[in-house]
Design a protein around this ligand. Sequence first.
Ligand code: DHE
Length: 516
Amino acid sequence: MRHWLSSFLFTILLVSNAWAGGDGKALYQEHCASCHGETRLGGTGPALLPSNLGRLRAKKAGGVITQGRVGTQMPAFKDTLSEDEITSLVSFIYEHPTIAPSWKKADIAASRNMAASTANVTAPTYKADPLNLFVVVETGDHHATIMDGDTFDLLTRFPTRFALHGGPKFTPDGRYVFFMSRDGWVMKYDLWALAVVGEVRAGINSRNIAISKDGKHLAVANYLPHTLVILDTTDLTVEKIFDVADRKKNSSRVSAVYQAPQRDSFIAALKDVPEIWEIATDPNAEPVFEGLVHSHEKGMVEGLASSKGLFALRRIEVPEPLDDFFFDPQYRNLIGSARGKAAVVVNLNVGRDIARIPLPGLPHLGSGIAWTYKGRKIMATPHLKEGRLTVIDMSDWSVLKTIETKGPGFFMRSHENTPYAWTDVFFGPNKDLLHVIDKRTLEIVKTLQPAPGKTAAHIEFDRDGSHAIASIWEKDGAIVIYDAATLEEVKRIPMSKPSGKYNVWNKITFSEGTSH
Ligand code: DHE
């Protein structure tokens, strides 16, 4: 009887849902699956499963579907879907999937696919300087292009996985580069042989990758599952999987992972718990003493944790979850974003927060760059929600200056050999502008408009800093090469939404004007 009644009520619910706003599942397949995955496991967009939506209340999720999300590719559906249809969609994405998603060591191993070895190639197979190559990621049609950084000739172009995200990472000798797609695929590419070496799927929904100082290990930060996967860079086999959770065993997504070269470690930002992780990449790393592990539930001490050597884990407790890290050039301090409203400075040596900088307007700290201004070290960061750059004095973490821009920006770049820093105006009516700032005066000295009406974004310098290269961030886009001294255009090369470009030398030397 009870069973009959509940089926009856369930049917009524379904029917009324269908009447009200259609079938959430069908709407999902039509409007969301291409970015969020057919089984909601994620793709360009994040996974849409209750476990991933944990901190996002249903009402807010409806708002995101209606209005879109600033700083991401999530569009607004207010003109495409009715309110009732959006309600149906929201209920669908909060439903638990019938089969729980998982991605374990065996799944990773089974996805691994190695191409023919390029070990017989003992030198670059072209004349260009292998350390002044550019890797250009073209997300318009999911390809990558390799460009000679001296002549700007294109050496080759090859298909990549769907929706690469984050910077590709290079081995210290500059020979191999690793790409990651939002759905967890990691590809290894040989820049001497100009050939794909192999690929593996390390997660269902991944954030970014980092390579160890010695180039032997590649860390993959995952949102789904909640893991940090370490791969052997030689053959892409799994070396270790960290199931990410704080000391109280609260599981967490990993926002991002970074290499800290001076520390010979990986630093990971955790999305859901107030901890930062440091993982040793030095086989002789000193023991890390974790201290007593308390269990509040049981009201007792559970034990002592300590590890040493390769992959030893150090937990740094912080007042609240932090992500989007900027590191000072010595990797002594990091600045993390606290829910986009403030920046918290964490000293990695002492292992605690040492300053808090109120920074509204969603600072994009990961795009920040540092330089020396009047004898002191400063950093500057764009904001994703406000048209300004904030300049911070790193000696006392005070705000030195606010530079007004023509709109919110995404990326900022410079080079040791140029007096200028460049930033884009990624959002809003002035998305086609690039500002050039004089690092000596902290003033905007020129505003460029490479293609009126088209988004201009992401600058990267060549090896000696003599040229700055910007993207026209459109499907029928281009890269535009500027003389970094005269700020005049030198050359324009058509490309398909060149989302980012990466110079081998600047990356492997950790140039202070670029991302790492
Ligand atoms: Fe990114 C880098 C996080 C949205 C293009 N982005 C990064 C990094 C992080 C990050 C942590 C540094 C990784 C690295 O290089 O190792 N990005 C996030 C977000 O949290 C955010 C705001 C939301 C999200 O959807 O994940 C976000 N990013 C975007 C986009 O919408 C962009 C513009 C288009 C896209 O391709 O998704 C975008 N992000 C990029 C690019 C880089 C990047 C091109 C590499 C920059 C570099 O020069 O190193």
